[in-house]
Every structure is written in structure tokens, then in C-alpha cells.
Design a protein around this ligand. Structure first.
Ligand code: FPP
Ligand code: MG
Length: 325
């Protein structure tokens, strides 16, 4: 990920994307909405999805122009807006070290500021990028909502299947990574095959990203997460790493857990094969991601896109394995 985020071409593009994100989030006729949306985008984030949009554009031989920059900003705005909704649903009070909008302004205002961010991205895509890009983004928002909905229907379900978990994260996370790559391929007028290849790469990497995020929730110390470990367990989200671990948690699942029970579940999971099996599962997805990539003539971008999934898996494996188990 460092290689992607420190590439001079990407850094230069991200500066423009950042300015566009700030302009869009601050463009409401109501200053209070601009302030709320602005606070969320200013709270940080790695800008991984727009960086992937820029890398895809460069990989396909297109220097990111105004349209690509706007498309990348729209992708990040959708991500940030969906997090506002997610925090509301989670009743979270903090994200990225800052108070959430629901904690600060109440649920109703947070809800409509999230709506504003999603809608503003759609408007920018149709007016300043292109209809095909707007279509990709609108279809992605549909998938985000469906993936998130599926997660809620599975909450506290001890019979949750791996297939159901994968379907949910494909919608709630991987779809936006896929869109991040696809919009750049559309702007570059890539062939249908290359579009499909870049979209598949984005989706596979997005799955890896979410599965590792879920693994860290079960393995990383609270200081690193910026939130208590085991948040998913508390909320009744039985994520893929848990489902892959084969750990017997039967006495603890299917109902809310006390703090002591969360600790006990984490202890059992960390003593299981969860980390190894999850990492192995992600390596399979990474290999599918690399197999999907089209021919890339730009050597730097080829190195970045080929290296990204494995570098991130190795990084999370190191964190997860040094945690006391
Ligand atoms: C964070 O994941 C949440 C998401 C990746 C997507 C959330 C999507 C929605 C709320 C649907 C959006 C609604 C519309 C209308 C697009 P997480 O909860 O696993 O991670 P966290 O620990 O960062 O909260
Ligand atoms: Mg959440």
C-alpha cells in the first residue's frame, strides 16, 4: 500500500482529488451540511479507493485528467457517505479519532448528511464525468446498500454461512473497490475485456481488504484499531475470519456478549488457526486478482498493482501474528 500511496504520480493526482473532494463536500446550499460533510472528509482516511482509480488510469496509459480526478473524488465521497450511515447504524461515537456525525449532531442530521454526500457524488458524476461513469457509481451504491442490508439480516445468526458473509462484503466493500478501478477504465475508453479485468482486480482486492479489516478487528490491539477489539463480536457480526476458524463458540453466539465473553471469544479465536486460514484464503483471492490484470505497459503501475494485494496481506499477517495469542 505504501508503494501505491507514495508514488509521485499518485501523490500528485491525489492532491487534485483532495481539492475536488473538499469542493464537492462543501457545496451544499446549507452551510451546516457543508460543515458536517467537510468534517468527515477532513477527518482523514488513506484515500485508497481514489488512489486505485488513479493507478488504473495510469496503468491503462491515460494521464488522469479532470474527469478521472472527479470520478476518483466521487468514489471517495461515496465511501465517506457510506461510513456516515454505517456509524449511525453501529451507534459509533468515534471514527478516525474524531466524533461521528451521529454522536455530534444526532441521528437525523447525520442520516441526511450521509444522503447528501452520496447524492452529491452522483450529481458530480453525471454533470462533470460521463453518463457511463455515473451509471457505474449508481449501480455501486445499490450494491453497497444491499451488502450492508445482508449484514443486518445475518446479525447474531450462529448459522451464518461463509457464502452469506462473502456476499455481504462483496456488496458493502468490494463493489466500491471494483467501481474505483472500473470508472478509470471507462474514462480511458479501455476495451470491454480490459474493463472487466480491472473491475475483477478491484473486486478481488476489495474482498482481501475487508476480510483483513475483519481479521484485525479480532487480532489487533485496541490502540492500533482506534476502537475496542472485538467490535464485530459485540455487534453480532460473525465475520469471515471467525467463520473460517472452525472455533467452537457455540455457547457465546446467537446473543449479545458481555465484555468478559468477548474477551473469552477473542482468546479462543486467537488460539485457533484463524489467522493462518484467513491469510491463506486472502492469498487465494490475491492470486485471482493478479490473474485478472490486463497487460500493463507502465512499469511503475504494473509493479504497484501486482504488488499491492500481497504487500497488504503480509502487513496484516505481521500485525496479527505478533499479537499475543
Ligand atoms: C464499514 O465497514 C462500512 C462499509 C464498508 C459500507 C457501509 C454501507 C452502508 C452503510 C450502506 C450505505 C448506504 C447507502 C445508501 C449507499 P465495517 O462496518 O465492517 O467497518 P468499520 O469497523 O470501519 O465500521
Ligand atoms: Mg461498522
Amino acid at each position: 500500500m505504501d508503494q501505491l500511496l507514495s508514488s509521485p504520480a499518485i501523490v500528485q493526482g491525489l492532491r487534485k482529488v483532495e481539492a475536488r473532494i473538499r469542493r464537492l463536500s462543501g457545496s451544499s446550499a446549507l452551510p451546516a451540511i457543508s460543515a458536517g460533510a467537510g468534517r468527515i472528509v477532513a477527518a482523514g482516511g488513506k484515500r485508497l479507493r481514489p488512489a486505485l482509480t488513479l493507478a488504473t488510469s495510469l496503468a491503462l496509459g491515460k494521464t488522469p485528467d479532470r474527469r478521472v480526478i472527479t470520478a476518483a473524488a466521487c468514489v471517495e465521497l461515496i465511501h465517506a457517505g457510506s461510513l456516515v450511515h454505517d456509524d449511525l447504524m453501529d451507534r459509533a461515537t468515534e471514527r478516525r479519532g474524531a466524533r461521528t456525525l451521529n454522536a455530534e449532531l444526532g441521528d437525523g442530521k447525520a442520516l441526511v448528511i450521509g444522503d447528501f454526500m452520496l447524492a452529491r457524488a452522483g450529481l458530480a458524476a453525471i454533470t462533470a464525468v460521463s453518463r457511463p461513469v455515473a451509471e457505474v457509481l449508481a449501480a455501486t451504491v445499490v450494491e453497497l446498500a444491499e451488502g450492508q442490508y445482508l449484514e443486518t439480516t445475518d446479525l447474531f445468526d450462529p448459522a451464518r454461512t461463509r457464502e452469506s458473509a462473502i456476499r455481504s462484503i462483496t456488496g458493502k466493500t468490494a463493489a466500491l473497490f471494483r467501481a474505483g478501478c472500473l470508472v478509470a477504465a471507462v474514462c480511458a475508453h479501455a476495451s470491454p475485456e480490459d474493463r472487466a479485468r480491472m473491475a475483477a482486480y478491484g473486486e478481488r482486492f476489495g474482498l482481501v481488504f475487508q476480510i483483513l479489516d475483519d481479521l484485525l478487528d479480532l487480532t489487533a490491539p485496541a490502540e492500533r484499531l482506534g476502537k475496542p477489539a472485538g467490535n464485530d463480536l459485540r455487534q453480532g457480526v460473525y465475520s469471515l475470519p471467525l467463520l473460517l476458524s472452525g472455533t467452537d463458540l457455540g455457547d457465546l453466539l446467537g446473543r449479545p456478549m458481555s465484555d468478559e465473553e468477548v474477551e473469552e471469544a477473542l482468546r479462543r479465536l486467537r488460539a485457533s488457526r484463524m489467522v493462518d486460514d484467513t491469510i491463506e484464503y486472502c492469498r487465494g483471492l490475491a492470486s485471482d486478482a493478479l490473474a485478472a490484470l490486463p497487460v500493463i505497459h507502465d512499469q511503475e503501475m504494473a509493479g504497484i498493482l501486482y504488488g499491492l494485494p500481497t504487500a497488504y496481506i503480509d502487513h496484516v499477517a505481521r500485525i496479527s501474528l505478533i499479537t499475543p495469542r
